[in-house]
Design a protein around this ligand. Structure first.
Ligand SMILES: *Cc1c(COP(=O)(O)O)cnc(C)c1O
Length: 401
């Protein structure tokens, strides 16, 4: 029934799930296999070694759960904490809100630090709370590295500095779902105790793997954490790691081969180049937004996200109509405004397997839709601003130099 979608490709610019590279799609097109044969553990071993590179860790222990980002959250929390434990958690948008909801439903004592949507985590409040907490009642700090709903990136190096300044032993649990494999992420340098991501974001795989990486301190904490967990229990995985068979239950064979291909593509490009590319595409997007005379939902430059841009529309326009029309008329998929910013912003996801000309196609589409809904945009203005920047900054493709 593909023909009902019209000719050409869908332009997928939601901030996850993202475009899957053809190489990954081909790598996944295969039969099931016996996961207890020697082949699957051998593949898994390379995946566990290599996945540490995307977290920038040598001391972390990774887990590949058959789940989504939401399951990865649950794994991080339940393996390290006990019911009633006090957590400081930052509410800055829909994804941090959902994680906080999960924390509350898992019966933690959540100390919520709220900021206006469009702002980053209020780290002054964190400093004040740590300064007050001489008895170390705070067991964990939970923070979303990149808030996908508003396009806000938090500064994790500063969070670590504050924790160190007060010599506070709280665990640092980080949602890196829309940052890891796209933004600079340094699990070891920043002393992150649990970092997590999902396969359908910057890794550019189908949904279905939640990757959780635990520091030695987190592994230690898991030995006394009393939260009930079964499916997500690290202990079961660690037991099978020791046996060299790796899987306490059935993994998705296809996703494992897909992950192998996705990691190979990232390493071939070079993780540093991947990060630079995301910055290049994000900068071009921000220049286009400026040229359209529209506002970025992110209130300060220091919080600008290189994976998603939330664009604020004038009050007389419903941003949901922009998203609807983009899809109906131009086969362009943009992100809706969520919750507090519903109707007020639309989002351009520029993460994962994506290049300069794909982005220009999206920006051209956005301009046409803006015109469709009555916003007085000069067609080509954003594309020109973005293209001028990209023309100056896009490197040669290494294999074609
Ligand atoms: C997408 C996303 C999630 C949720 O992940 P699911 O895979 O939908 O469960 C969590 N956090 C952030 C920052 C996200 O962008």
């Amino acid at each position: 029934m593909d023909y009902v979608n019209g000719p050409g490709r869908n332009h997928l610019f939601v901030p996850g799930p993202v475009n899957i590279p053809d190489q990954v799609i081909r790598a996944m097109s295969r039969n099931n296999e016996d996961y207890r044969s020697p082949a699957v553990p051998a593949l898994t071993k390379t995946l566990l070694q290599d996945v540490k590179k995307i977290f920038n860790t040598t001391s972390g222990t990774p887990f590949l759960f058959p789940t989504t980002g939401t399951g990865a959250w649950e794994s991080a929390l339940t393996n390290t904490l006990s019911p009633g434990d006090r957590i400081v958690s930052f509410l800055i948008g829909q994804f941090s809100l959902l994680w906080i909801d999960q924390q509350q439903r898992l019966n933690f004592n959540v100390d919520v630090v709220e900021s206006e949507w469009g702002q980053g985590a209020n780290l002054d409040v964190l400093a004040a709370k740590l300064a007050d907490d001489k008895a170390h009642t705070i067991k964990a700090i939970c923070i979303v590295h990149n808030e996908t709903a508003t396009g806000v990136t938090n500064n994790l190096a500063t969070v670590r500095k504050i924790l160190d300044h007060y010599q506070h032993p709280a665990l640092l649990l980080v949602d890196g779902v829309s940052s890891i494999c796209a933004l600079d992420f340094r699990m070891d340098d920043w002393g992150v105790d649990v970092a997590l991501t999902g396969s359908q974001k910057a890794l550019s795989l189908p949904t279905g793997i939640g990757i959780v990486c635990a520091s030695p301190r987190a592994i230690e904490a898991s030995k006394s954490a009393k939260s009930v967990r079964v499916f997500f229990d690290w202990k079961d995985y660690l037991k099978f790691y020791k046996l060299g068979t790796y899987w306490p239950y059935t993994p998705s064979i296809q996703l494992l081969y897909g992950l192998r291909a996705a990691l190979d593509l990232l390493f071939e490009e070079g993780l540093d180049n991947v990060i630079i590319r995301h910055n290049r595409l994000a900068t071009a997007t921000r220049l286009a937004v400026e040229a359209w005379g529209l506002k970025n939902c992110t209130q300060k430059e220091e919080w600008h996200s290189d994976t998603v841009t939330a664009v604020v529309v004038p009050a007389y326009i419903d941003s949901s109509e922009i998203v609807r029309r983009a899809w109906k008329r131009y086969n362009l998929s943009l992100g809706l405004g969520l919750n507090k910013v519903a109707g007020k912003v639309f989002r351009i996801g520029h993460l994962g397997n994506l290049n300069e000309l794909q982005l220009l196609g999206c920006l051209g589409g956005v301009e046409m839709v803006l015109k469709d809904v009555g916003y007085p945009v000069k067609l080509g203005s954003g594309v020109a601003a973005a293209a001028a920047y990209l023309q100056n900054t896009t490197p040669l493709i290494p294999s074609r130099v």
